[in-house]
Design a protein around this ligand. Structure first.
Ligand SMILES: *[C@@H]1O[C@H](CO)[C@@H](O)[C@H](O)[C@H]1NC(C)=O
Ligand SMILES: *[C@@H]1O[C@H](CO)[C@@H](O)[C@H](O)[C@H]1NC(C)=O
Ligand SMILES: *[C@@H]1O[C@H](CO)[C@@H](O)[C@H](O)[C@H]1NC(C)=O
Ligand SMILES: *[C@@H]1O[C@H](CO)[C@@H](O)[C@H](O)[C@H]1NC(C)=O
Ligand SMILES: *[C@@H]1O[C@H](CO)[C@@H](O)[C@H](O)[C@H]1NC(C)=O
Ligand SMILES: *[C@@H]1O[C@H](CO)[C@@H](O)[C@H](O)[C@H]1NC(C)=O
Ligand SMILES: *[C@@H]1O[C@H](CO)[C@@H](O)[C@H](O)[C@H]1NC(C)=O
Length: 454
């Protein structure tokens, strides 16, 4: 008798029969050729090496285009995974050029250009893609260029700096880096999640306990402050004026995803340590329960209300990629995770019937219809489909299991601090990173209340 999950997968595949004729995921070869088309369509959003545009970024940031700076950093990670899973190196040169073009003046992914919308999470997404390059043995840059591992260390070093961990809320990173940015008074899960994730991965890659100690401190703080609750729900964040007790209870899939992946690295690094196994079980169960109803990815905080921002439209893809990688470094999770990812990927692919070519992907995976497309929607389905090949892919390497990227423990430590205020243009202000609306909404509430009180 098939397990309920297998039966559901079959049902989803039946529903998918309306999919674009050229798309199929029934064999590894078909997954590869489907992913190739999805990758081509995703890359059509990138105009960075056309005259007059900026190398490395997607059109933006608003109002110059739809996409904030961080999303390209995330996309290059998705393209690295695409290469790793399918073997298609078509875009590796573009990815290399883009990842190098945005390292910034101090090679720590804090380019002055984007200071006015620079959050720890924005920097963190670029840092996690650099880390992934090291873990996948993505081609190394020439020796005169910053190396992947050193770039990841630079991001981690700037974020581990005591200057970024003030005592409000008992610790933790703020959302924004410069104090003049909207959201500097907010401490949130994604900023701390990226730092935690990077630390856990650096610990495993370099077999260095310092990174693990910081990661554990961040994880424990997340629990103390209540951003992670006893059921492993992860909430968005809280304001320093309230010592972070005004918790915004919105749950976004990338929060549980980024912590689950980091916890899996800690689990692996500690050779199956029970603290991390318990946490991994809880986070994986939460991710699948909350964000995969009927085993199909669903962005619960915004999708039902049709209120997903451009940022949020890209979260499903990260969660697919991260959950897939968890099955490599914590193999006991594979039986739980992989059937869900298969059902969900099939549903996502079934939305790819839009646009002129009738193959643009949408976001309504739950009912498998095309709604609207964009780089996020394309990246989500590309990520879900390529990660179906995870079982035949190599796990992430370390410095002692074949990793060739060169590190630098001091990378980023003499960076010019971007904490000092910078000139903010109207455009930049609108461009504060993730969850702008929610945070501005509640920040306005806070300040409104405070001035009424005075
Ligand atoms: C910085 O922004 C300017 C104008 O938007 C652009 O021309 C330039 O290429 C950008 N530099 C980098 C490194 O992104
Ligand atoms: C961008 O540059 C890469 C590598 O140099 C090249 O392969 C690609 O065709 C270029 N893309 C566009 C849109 O010009
Ligand atoms: C602020 O929050 C932290 C973390 O929850 C807690 O340890 C600390 O006691 C709180 N401080 C005050 C003054 O309530
Ligand atoms: C750690 O990851 C490796 C793959 O790199 C895997 O073979 C090993 O089983 C993992 N360790 C544990 C405790 O699951
Ligand atoms: C599918 O769900 C989306 C919202 O996610 C909704 O806008 C659309 O009308 C639904 N389509 C059908 C055919 O039910
Ligand atoms: C990484 O491995 C190389 C040999 O493969 C070794 O020379 C180097 O010291 C290692 N780096 C660290 C930080 O352990
Ligand atoms: C471990 O990492 C820390 C943090 O970067 C560094 O200061 C330390 O020197 C490293 N330890 C070893 C033994 O390389």
């Amino acid at each position: 008798m098939p397990s309920p999950k297998v039966a559901l997968a079959a049902a989803a595949l039946l529903l998918s029969s309306a999919a674009h004729a050229a798309f199929s995921i029934d064999t590894d070869d078909n997954i590869k050729s489907t992913a190739k088309t999805l990758a081509f369509d995703l890359m059509s959003y990138y105009d960075g090496n056309e005259t007059g545009y900026t190398i490395g970024i997607l059109p933006g940031p608003p109002p110059d285009g739809d996409y904030y700076w961080w999303e390209a950093g995330a996309m290059w990670g998705a393209m690295m995974d695409y290469w790793h899973y399918t073997g298609d190196a078509t875009y590796n040169d573009v990815v290399m050029q883009a990842m190098q073009a945005q390292t910034g003046e101090d090679n720590d992914y804090q380019p002055k250009n984007w200071t006015a919308s620079l959050g720890n999470d924005d920097q963190g997404f670029w840092g996690m893609s650099a880390m992934l390059a090291a873990e996948l043995n993505f081609p190394n840059p020439s020796e005169d260029k910053p190396q992947w591992l050193a770039l990841a260390q630079a991001v981690w070093n700037t974020q581990a700096d005591p200057e970024r961990h003030d005592d409000t809320c008992g610790g933790g990173l703020r959302w924004q880096i410069p104090l003049s940015n909207n959201g500097y008074n907010y401490k949130n899960s994604i900023a701390n999640g990226c730092f935690f994730n990077l630390g856990a991965r650096l610990a495993r890659y370099l077999d260095n306990d310092t990174y693990a100690e910081y990661a554990e401190e961040t994880y424990d703080w997340m629990n103390t402050v209540g951003f992670i609750d006893e059921d492993y729900n992860i909430y968005d964040g809280g304001h320093v004026e309230y010592n972070c007790t005004d918790i915004n209870k919105a749950q976004f899939s990338y929060n549980v995803g980024v912590f689950a992946q980091g916890v899996a690295f800690m689990y692996n690094y500690t050779d199956g340590g029970s603290k991390w196994k318990t946490a991994l079980d809880g986070l994986v169960a939460n991710a699948l329960d909350v964000f995969f109803p009927e085993n199909i990815a669903y962005e619960v905080a915004c999708e039902g209300q049709a209120s997903c921002t451009t940022d949020m439209l890209s979260f499903k893809g990260y969660v697919h990629r991260w959950l897939a990688q968890i099955t490599q470094i914590a193999p006991y999770t594979a039986d739980t995770i992989l059937p869900v990812l298969e059902t969900s990927a099939a549903a996502g692919l079934a939305t790819c019937i839009g646009g002129d070519l009738q193959r643009a992907c949408g976001f309504a995976w739950h009912n498998q219809t095309f709604d609207a497309t964009g780089a996020g929607q394309q990246m989500d389905v590309l990520s879900a489909v390529s990660a179906l090949l995870v079982e035949s892919a190599d796990p992430p390497v370390t410095n002692s299991t074949g990793g060739t990227s060169t590190g630098d423990y001091n990378a980023g430590t003499d960076s010019t601090s971007s904490k000092t205020s910078s000139e903010i243009t109207a455009g930049d202000k609108a461009g504060a990173a993730i969850l702008t609306i929610i945070v501005l909404g509640s920040a306005t509430g806070v300040f409104g209340w405070m001035s009424w009180g005075n």
